[in-house]
Write a protein that binds this ligand. Structure first.
Ligand code: PMV
Length: 330
């Protein structure tokens, strides 16, 4: 007998970032984080378990995965096979609507969609909290934040059951735009999951960690007050602090490309000169996010186009979390 299901999950942007783990086995993050689900960048994944399959196969964006990429997916599927007590091999087909491995959190949307689709395929009925916990255990912890809707907090927790993401404000709460500038579609050289493992080698790591509980509260407060300027300043400073840790951990991680640096400087200049109030963020890759009030979205897009260094622009707003779909990919 075969079992098939499809899920669609959004990418998410962390205002307060997850970097480093306090438990490598359980994938407990060193600190909590706060994020927003994005409506313009999604992964669609179809999973089928069948007695007819003799091996596990995973096709990502039309290419069969091998090596590390395949192993991390199969390890997560094994977790779900154990829960469902089945041994059937699996076929997975997954497509990202946006560039893969360039810092736009395809692994978050990817593992959230995989978790939801695989659980539905085997008939496991899990709550949003349980799905978030399971998605966290994939090699991409931030996948737990691609399960809930809108604005979410991921609690660092002190056990597997207490570390999950839940929504604290709905997607339609605030008219914000998150415009992504693709600087290059070249995939990163070091996966985030490898970077997390040596985050604590930065001499600044413990200082950052001690500041996080207060910063998370502040972020939620600014969101609740809709204080755009204070939130933007905090989000941009947080992204730069994340990269300060990466640049000072061993081995140092340099994810920027020349275009990334130009766009960071350009964004600050736009604000200083009163042209547009945009704030940037970035993760483990060269591609960047710009946060503006939605009324400024079209102007920002045109200004980014005029820089001449942006290859693609993707417009996002706060969006829904992961959902099941009847549109199977095979
Ligand atoms: O969840 P991972 O292992 O893909 O790591 C995500 C790390 C950052 O994107 C840099 C930060 C974050 O919280 O999204």
């Amino acid at each position: 007998m075969s079992k098939k299901a499809t899920a669609v999950a959004p990418s998410n942007l962390a205002f307060i970032k997850y970097w480093g783990r306090k438990d490598e086995e359980l994938f407990l993050p060193a600190n909590g984080s706060v994020s927003v689900a994005l409506d313009g960048m999604k992964t669609t994944t179809t999973v089928e378990f069948s007695d007819d399959f003799t091996t596990d196969s995973v096709t990502l964006n039309g290419l069969l995965l091998e090596g590390f990429g395949l192993a991390r997916v199969v390890k997560h599927l094994d977790r779900i096979r154990d829960l469902a007590q089945i041994g059937q091999k699996v076929r997975v087909v997954t497509n990202n609507s946006f560039p893969t491995g360039t810092g736009l959190s395809t692994s978050a949307s990817g593992f959230a969609a995989l978790t939801m689709a695989a659980c539905a395929a085997v008939g496991l009925e899990l709550s949003s909290k349980e799905l978030s916990i399971l998605a966290r255990k994939s090699s991409s912890g931030s996948a737990c934040r691609s399960i809930p809707d809108g604005f979410s907090e991921w609690y660092d927790g002190d056990s597997s059951e207490t570390s999950y993401a839940e929504s604290f404000l709905p997607a339609d709460y605030w008219d914000l735009s998150f415009v992504v500038a693709v600087v290059s579609d070249k995939p990163k050289h070091v996966p985030s999951t490898v970077g997390h493992a040596s985050a604590q080698t930065s001499p600044f790591f413990e200082t950052r960690r001690s500041l996080m509980p207060g910063r998370i509260e502040k972020t939620k407060e600014l969101l609740k007050k809709k204080d755009f300027t204070a939130l933007g300043e905090l989000v941009e400073a947080e992204a730069l602090e994340l990269h300060t840790i990466m640049l000072t951990q061993k081995p140092a991680l340099i994810y920027w490309s020349p275009g990334t640096v130009v766009l960071m400087q350009t964004c600050q200049k736009w604000r200083e000169e009163g042209e547009i109030e945009a704030y940037f963020s970035l993760n483990t890759g060269q591609d960047m996010y710009f946060m503006v009030r939605s009324k400024d979205e079209a102007k920002l897009v045109s200004m980014l186009e005029q820089t001449g260094i942006v290859k693609e622009i993707i417009i996002n707003h706060p969006g829904k979390g992961a959902v099941l779909s009847d549109d199977h990919l095979f």
